[in-house]
Design a protein around this ligand. Structure first.
Ligand code: 13P
Ligand code: SF4
Length: 319
């Protein structure tokens, strides 16, 4: 049934898919958690939309029996780690993450073994195996707080995102050893093309996610996690913004600020939709429907691994 990583069945003809999904949620006591990078229709049907930190908190505290995660694999895995007694479903198992993939467990374990006097801070965009090798997790929302919770002279490994790691180094005055990983979406933004948009719209403020490369960070008026970017454009008196992060966030920005203008920052390759995360965008209403109906694909995890990976996530949530 899951040869393709999702249930490939047509939805019954003539049904109102939105109503049908909501009814399935009600009947099965299921909750849909969606990340800001999902397509607008998936965000709109969710019980809760948020950044990776909010979503992990929601997953930890929900009373639902089933969590449907409209996000990527490491996010659903985090939900399972925090709520092992719940059924955690991911509508399409192919929803991976290039950043998590840039930190293979064996290579990371060897790196850690060469630096045994270092504490490991890992961004949640990692596999459960890498979390199990970590001392504490962070997200882009709380990375500064997490790093600052450690003694000033503590040696730290930060993994896996080099751009976020270097940014946190600059904010906290630390010299963390940064793993050389990156996200395919945030590395693709072109400084030249962003500046062209700025030239045509000089009043527009440039805002970016800290996973973007340093030249993009330098020209930005504001740098922050997805929820921080959303808060910034909502509270800022400005009227237009060039947004250098995955395009899904524009949906919430436009909803909260219908009178403001948002330009997606252009990627280097003008022929691709590289500012769409190809993994996040795999989930569709049809896949959500089938996933709820058949309660598949389900995230399963070895209990020993889950217990090890839970420690750094709980330490993060306690901060
Ligand atoms: P947030 O932590 O800002 O939600 O970002 C997650 C992510 O995948 C960024 O690419
Ligand atoms: Fe991973 Fe990048 Fe997609 Fe975020 S945008 S989920 S870091 S691949």
């Amino acid at each position: 049934m899951l040869e393709k990583g999702y249930i490939d069945k047509p939805v019954p003809e003539g049904i109102d898919i939105i109503k049908a999904i909501r009814n399935l949620c009600k009947d099965k006591n299921a909750v849909i958690l969606a990340h800001f990078y999902q397509d607008g229709d998936v965000q709109d049907i969710a019980d809760f939309v948020g950044d990776s930190l909010d979503l992990s908190r929601k997953a930890a505290e929900t009373t639902a029996d089933i969590i449907v995660f409209a996000g990527v694999h490491f996010m659903a895995e985090t939900a399972k780690i925090l709520s092992p007694d719940k059924k955690v479903l991911l509508p399409d198992l192919n929803a991976g993450c290039s950043l998590a993939d840039s930190c293979p467990t064996e290579d990371f374990a060897a790196f850690k073994a060469r630096n045994t006097d270092h504490i490991v801070v890992s961004y949640v965009n990692t596999t459960a195996e890498v979390k199990a090798l970590s001392d504490i997790c962070c997200t882009s929302t709380n990375a500064v707080k997490v790093v600052e919770s450690l003694p000033k002279d503590q040696k730290i490994i930060f993994a896996p995102d080099r751009n976020l790691g270097n940014y946190i180094n600059s904010l906290t005055n630390r010299d963390m050893l940064v793993w050389d990983g990156a996200c395919h979406v945030h590395e693709e933004f072109s400084l030249e093309r962003i500046l062209e948009v700025k030239k045509e719209n000089p009043e527009a403020k440039i805002i970016c996610h800290p996973e973007c490369q340093k030249p993009v960070q330098i020209v930005s008026d504001f740098i922050g996690s997805t929820s921080a970017l959303l808060k910034y454009v909502t509270e800022d008196p400005g009227n237009s913004y060039i947004v250098a992060t995955e395009s899904g966030i524009l949906h919430q920005m436009r909803k909260a600020n219908p009178d403001k203008t948002f330009f997606p920052a252009p990627p280097a390759d003008s022929t691709c939709a590289c500012n769409d995360c190809k993994y996040m965008k795999l989930h569709t209403l049809e896949k959500l429907y089938n996933c709820l109906k058949y309660e598949l694909p389900e995230i399963e995890m070895d209990e020993e691994l889950r217990l090890e990976a839970e420690i750094p996530i709980r330490r993060m949530l306690a901060i």
